[in-house]
Design a protein around this ligand. Structure first.
Ligand code: CTP
Length: 395
């Protein structure tokens, strides 16, 4: 996710500092990470922890014996693509808002041109204090980024706002700040994701193994590129991607209606959902009892959303997915033409590392002009980026 990126993590003195160890570990999987701590932070977590996790010396003191040069803070300030302050205390946020530079972290921030992302964590009353709120506002006005704290149980035993945001939320924001390009600014993108549930009776349904991960990744990355994104999701257990609108649906018919409603206001449709092809002809109003010899379900076909939308597509772009377990390319090309797609993303869930529930996928992107791009195994985020790259060439 952050391959080739240089991230400086600033740790302030708060109990949430221990959570930053997990964040550094996650970042380090793909980025080069250096950690700078305030003196107070070292009371909570040892610099050795962060040195071990980041693989670099940790900076603490402006004048410590750790530096050969008196301008080490400038080297640190020039180095990163992004500075993440986590946890950010009210004290450090106040100092940065007022341009103070009395320790290594605040000096680096003042001297750096890299974007800065603050992840505040503090007691609820401190957070709500007008002085803090004013300082936070100053940071936002200056173009800094904030991942606001969550509501919940705080280290002091009180319940309220002030808990450090969850790591996933912080990682998503880091992704946004590092990758935002604006390439899709002004484009309205409609993405469908997940399976659909086709009710048999009030407690049972027909569905498939789609997790929604692919569609959610596409929606998230389109938003990172500045698009106005609406995600129509079938039942999935995933968090709403940041900066997207989410419309939840259950059945194929509900998804059909939502797409029809939102399509006139969209420029691009990306149908990543695994829409059920059939539904029970009758959905029983009461739970079906097993007091009979056998049960035969009559199924009727659901309307094809992609095909119906494509009939009036005009200059909109329509992207389909093709899930095939055999003869993938020929079938996908046939689908591309039958469903009048501009581009089809083909995958075979039987291949190891592809398909449902896993975080990776192996796809081939086929365009209307017949060109095919076969991609190696990639994370679903990277696949989403590759699909959006192709969409941009079509635009
Ligand atoms: N799709 C759709 N409406 C449906 C079924 C599928 O819009 N009722 C879309 C999917 O979201 C996907 C594409 O059509 O983008 C292809 O889906 P897939 O399941 O691979 O193909 P089907 O058309 O369902 O054909 P088959 O199941 O016979 O392979």
């Amino acid at each position: 996710m952050f391959f080739g990126k240089k991230i400086c993590v600033g740790v302030c003195g708060g109990i949430a500092a221990y959570k930053t160890a997990f964040l550094v570990r996650e970042l380090k999987k793909s980025a080069d990470v250096r950690v700078v701590m305030t003196e107070a932070a070292t009371r909570f977590v040892s610099p050795l922890t962060f040195a071990s996790l980041s693989g670099h010396k940790v900076a603490v003191s402006l004048f410590g014996e750790r530096y050969e040069s008196a301008t080490a803070h400038i080297d640190w300030a020039r180095w990163p693509d992004l500075i993440v302050v986590c946890p950010a205390t009210a004290n450090t946020i106040g100092k940065v808002a007022h341009g103070l530079a009395d320790n290594m972290l605040t000096t680096i921030i003042l001297a750096s041109t890299a974007p800065v992302l603050f992840c505040p964590a503090m007691n609820a009353e401190m957070y709500k204090n007008a002085a803090y709120q004013d300082n936070e506002k100053v940071l936002v006005e200056r173009g800094h980024h904030i991942v606001r704290p969550a509501h919940g149980e705080l280290a002091c035993g009180e319940v309220g706002i002030g808990r450090l945001a969850e790591a996933d939320e912080i990682l998503a924001e880091i992704n946004f700040v590092l990758h935002r390009t604006g390439q899709l600014r002004g484009k309205r993108v409609l993405v469908t994701a997940g399976p659909t549930h086709e009710a048999i009776d009030p407690v049972r349904y027909l569905t498939n193994r789609s997790s929604g991960k692919m569609g959610y990744a596409v929606a998230e990355q389109a938003a990172v590129r500045g698009a106005d994104v609406t995600l129509i999701s079938g039942p999935a257990h995933l968090a709403q991607p940041p900066r997207t609108r989410l419309r939840r649906v259950v059945s194929a018919r509900e998804m059909y209606d939502a797409v029809q409603e939102l399509m006139p206001d969209s420029d691009i449709l990306i149908m990543a959902a695994a829409v059920a092809d059939f539904r029970p002809a009758v959905s029983a109003s009461q739970k079906i009892k097993k007091d009979r010899a056998g049960l035969c379900l009559e199924l009727v076909e659901n309307d094809d959303i992609l095909q119906s939308v494509a009939q009036h597509k005009g200059d909109k772009l329509i992207i389909g997915f093709a899930l095939e377990t055999e003869d993938e390319m020929a079938r996908a090309i046939e689908k591309l033409h039958r469903k009048r797609c501009d581009l089809v993303v083909v995958n075979n869930p039987l291949r190891a590392g592809a398909g449902f529930e896993v975080d990776t996928n192996i796809v081939t992107i086929i365009k209307r002009d017949g060109t095919q791009k076969e991609l190696p195994i990639m994370s679903k985020t990277e696949v989403a980026q590759a699909i959006l790259d192709e969409i941009q060439t079509l635009l």
